[in-house]
Design a protein around this ligand. Structure first.
Ligand SMILES: NC(=O)c1ccc[n+]([C@@H]2O[C@H](COP(=O)([O-])OP(=O)(O)OC[C@H]3O[C@@H](n4cnc5c(N)ncnc54)[C@H](O)[C@@H]3O)[C@@H](O)[C@H]2O)c1
Length: 407
């Protein structure tokens, strides 16, 4: 298979910047900004687009249009490089993450991914599965923090399975440690116990530096939100959690402006459905975060609306909707592109520090919903059913305010 990689894999669709602005992105810290030369007011960023499989290309196309439009309105210029990943890369060059794709991603300011996977590749060997490409990408970008917001939009409050009075106004962020803990800890495996019975075992293990770096990202995230951070652990039982709590308290001394609280994971799971509004930012380990972020996302009731960000200490972050490639509706113009558009908004905020542009995109999504447009997954009686493309067009109209000028 590796012979396929001898092909010179070119970007699928390169769009180069048209001006000569000189900008330097310093990847010294996750929170660093891009410095532009005084000769140009236009800021320039390079974005790697990874459309992937299924509905991925459809939703990425919408998000790219939104970025281009907001860029033209906010004096930001993007150069986009589209590269294959997942099943589409397997079909093209025989591996799920071509080295050219990883290099392009590593060299850019941020990466926007659609989704990967599909029936066609389901029976491939593990190293030739689309999902393996995604794991390799996360590893290659060294992203260890996963940020998943769960926001109940007033327009979609009825989509929640919780009572309206519990769900409305929920706006929380789960910061999950992504590369440590029990999913990776050793020893792990199968064995037999003293009674000759088969056993399976795993190890929950965290080093102090792994806790410190995720805690810092969580404190910084809380600072960009409402200034409250809840650290979730099981420090009454697990040694790894005891260290977690100690380190989080230690890091907190650098963030006196953030209100820190601690909660055991069993209580947190309960509180998320009892009174989710109490949470602003939650930070937790890999396994607790896996479960709690899924629980939190279901409060919002719609998978097609939820973005995510995966960040490392330095280097480009990876931004993607939480949904998969939805092969059942792929190619039918039925996908909800808003999760990917909101992922583009997270990219602007967390990778580029472009808060105003990020907010404008979020406002445009709300505006399109306020004007009654709904894709199939969030549609109910009385609203206008649209496809992926039309929803994208309505978001674009909202971004540049054309709709209100026309009314
Ligand atoms: N990060 C990723 O790329 C990622 C995540 C999860 C699953 N997957 C892969 O996606 C494939 C399908 O997995 P699945 O069916 O379990 O999950 P899925 O998220 O693709 O789909 C679940 C259901 O939600 C619907 N749906 C998902 N996104 C939607 C959107 N934007 N608009 C409207 N409806 C939407 C689908 O039509 C489907 O009915 C598998 O190959 C899986 O491995 C990829």
């Amino acid at each position: 298979m590796s012979t396929f990689l001898q092909f010179d894999l070119k970007p699928l669709n390169p769009i180069l910047p048209s001006n000569n602005s000189k900008c330097i992105t310093k990847h010294t810290s996750r929170w660093s900004k891009v410095n532009c030369s005084a000769t140009s007011k236009v800021k320039h960023y390079s974005i790697t687009l990874l459309p992937g499989d299924g509905i991925g290309p459809e939703v990425i196309s919408v998000a790219k249009n939104a970025l281009q439009l907001i860029g033209s309105l906010e004096a930001i210029e993007f150069s986009f490089k589209e590269m294959p990943v997942g099943g589409s890369a397997l079909d093209l060059v025989g591996v799920p993450l071509p080295k050219e794709t990883l290099s392009a991603a590593q060299e850019s300011d941020a990466v926007l991914l659609g989704a990967i996977g599909g029936y066609k590749w389901d029976n491939n060997e593990k190293h030739l599965k689309p999902e393996t490409g995604l794991l390799q990408l996360r590893e290659g970008l060294k992203v260890f923090a996963n940020l998943r917001p769960a926001t109940v939009l007033p327009q979609l409050v009825d989509a929640s399975t919780l009572k309206k009075e519990v769900a409305e106004g929920v706006d929380l962020m789960v910061v999950r440690e992504l590369t440590g803990g029990i999913y990776f800890g050793k020893p792990r495996g199968f064995s037999t116990n003293e009674n000759g019975e088969e056993i399976g075992y795993n190890t929950e293990v965290y080093a102090a530096y792994e806790i410190d770096r995720i805690a810092r990202i969580a404190f910084e995230t809380a600072r960009k939100r409402r200034g409250k951070l809840c650290s979730v652990d099981k420090a009454n039982v697990l040694e790894a959690s005891m260290l977690w709590r100690r380190r989080v308290c230690e890091i907190a001394t650098d963030y006196p402006d953030i209100e820190l609280s601690h909660m055991y994971v069993d209580n947190a799971a309960m509180q998320l459905v009892r009174n989710p509004k109490q949470f602003d930012t939650i930070v937790t380990n890999n396994i607790f975060g896996d479960i709690l972020s899924d629980e939190a996302s279901m409060i919002t009731g719609s998978i097609g609306m939820l973005p995510s960000a995966s960040l490392g200490e330095s280097g480009p972050g990876l931004f993607e909707p939480i949904h998969g490639s939805a092969p059942d509706i792929a190619g039918q113009d039925k996908a909800n592109p808003l999760a990917t558009v909101l992922s583009a908004s997270m990219l602007l905020r967390y990778a580029l520090g472009e808060e105003k542009a990020a907010k404008r995109i979020e406002d445009a999504v709300l505006d399109a919903l306020n004007r009654g447009y709904r894709t199939g997954d969030i549609h109910s009686t009385g609203y206008t059913l649209v496809g992926c493309k039309e929803m994208g067009e309505e978001v674009l109209k909202s971004i540049d305010g054309k709709v209100h000028a026309a009314v």
